[in-house]
Design a binder for this molecule. Structure first.
Ligand SMILES: Nc1ncnc2c1ncn2[C@@H]1O[C@H](COP(=O)(O)OP(=O)(O)OP(=O)(O)O)[C@@H](O)[C@H]1O
Length: 343
């Protein structure tokens, strides 16, 4: 992976100083994050000029169709991208200790020692492949807890506590990953991410394979983390999940965030025609899919990528709309639907 140079700075050393557009300090601040994958004869524009801020106590849901760049965003924040990726732009983490970590430029050593697990937890999208196959769930959890400060004596009880939080039975902990159902593996992966109690959790489709009561249980667990001061970036296809627990929703389309708004506002009056299309596709609304297909990320148009599917597109849409920068309440569209929404 190629990145911009890395630093670990005191929070007061200049730059934005961790203050988001609303004036409150941000835990995570992302400015112009861009990820490209070099293929043999093409470049995948996976994340483009992405701006967002996550505050302590905030649950931000990132929603959008499959392949729009949601998981790549999470992996870029943790330096988990493969060698054919180039990352530009900035992502800063303001740790409770006052340290500011430049995530896009941090060394592998900094990411491993300071960031992954400890400061930023990840619930991966494919837990079955992320779990060590030769350890039981109990051993994985106890090892994680011990690596993050629990004593040998405390770790067993703490492991059962975290397992219970995600709805795993203590007997499930004695199974190996291949003996777990998809839903159990998902809950174990969530427990492993929660065990170090990171101030920021990146949860990539954490409810995959769960039945409805467990979906709600997991979502409510994430909400409670935020209510007690943590922060969560929830990646999901499930708009109902976002509506249930998110403070803010960022809608991604073809590698860009096109709209970022407080949840209730976004559901009541979507401003971007793509957001309106996603909401219209909900069974409880028009149940009408967004017409057409998303573009290939190797062949994005120079202007608004949604224009070919958009009933409101005009000539001006051949130029790119400005990305929604700073705090929520912005939309990247030349013809937003909601009157008064800044374009
Ligand atoms: N290592 C890679 N090399 C090339 N392209 C990649 C690589 N990893 C991801 N991509 C591409 O980047 C784009 C964004 O992928 P990403 O996994 O972030 O999508 P997503 O929005 O999370 O979708 P889903 O919900 O289906 O996982 C996709 O077109 C994907 O094929």
């Amino acid at each position: 992976m190629t990145t911009t140079p890395g630093t670990v700075d005191p929070a007061d050393s200049g730059g934005t100083g961790g203050v988001g557009a609303g004036g409150r300090p941000g835990l995570l601040e992302v400015d112009g994050l861009t990820v490209r994958f070099q293929l043999r004869d093409a470049v995948v524009q996976a994340v483009t000029d992405l701006h967002l801020t996550v505050h302590p106590g905030e649950l931000l849901a990132v929603v959008g169709e499959s392949g729009c760049g949601k998981s790549v965003l999470a992996h870029a924040l943790l330096g988990l991208l493969p060698g054919n990726a180039t990352v530009t732009g900035q992502a800063r983490l303001h740790r409770p200790t006052g340290e500011r970590v430049d995530l896009t430029g941090a060394s592998e050593r900094q990411l491993a020692r300071v960031v992954r697990g400890r400061a930023v937890g990840l619930v991966p999208q494919s837990p079955a492949t992320a779990l060590n196959p030769v350890r039981t769930g109990r051993r994985l959890l106890e090892e994680t807890l011990r690596a993050h400060g629990h004593s040998r004596r405390e770790a067993p009880a703490a492991a059962e506590r975290v397992a219970a939080e995600v709805g795993l039975d203590p007997t499930d902990l004695d199974r190996y990953p291949h003996e777990l159902s998809g839903g159990m593996a998902q809950r174990l992966a969530t427990a492993l991410a929660l065990a170090p109690d990171p101030p920021l959790l990146l949860a990539d489709e954490p409810t995959t394979g769960l039945d409805r009561p467990l979906v709600d249980h997991t979502l409510d667990l994430l909400r409670r983390r935020c209510d007690s001061g943590g922060a969560v970036l929830l990646i999901t296809h499930d708009l109902a999940a976002a509506r249930r627990v998110a403070d803010t929703v960022a809608v991604m389309y073809a590698s860009r965030i096109v709209e970022r708004r407080p949840t209730a506002e976004l559901f009541a009056a979507p401003a971007h025609p793509y957001t309106a299309g996603l909401l219209d596709a909900l069974p409880e609304r028009a149940f009408r899919p967004v017409p057409g297909h998303p573009p290939m990320l190797t062949d994005l148009p120079p202007g608004c990528a949604f224009a070919p599917r958009c009933g409101r597109a005009t000539d001006v849409c051949r130029t790119p709309p400005a990305p929604p920068a700073g705090g929520p309440g912005r939309v990247a569209c030349h013809h937003p639907l909601t009157l008064g929404a800044p374009a």
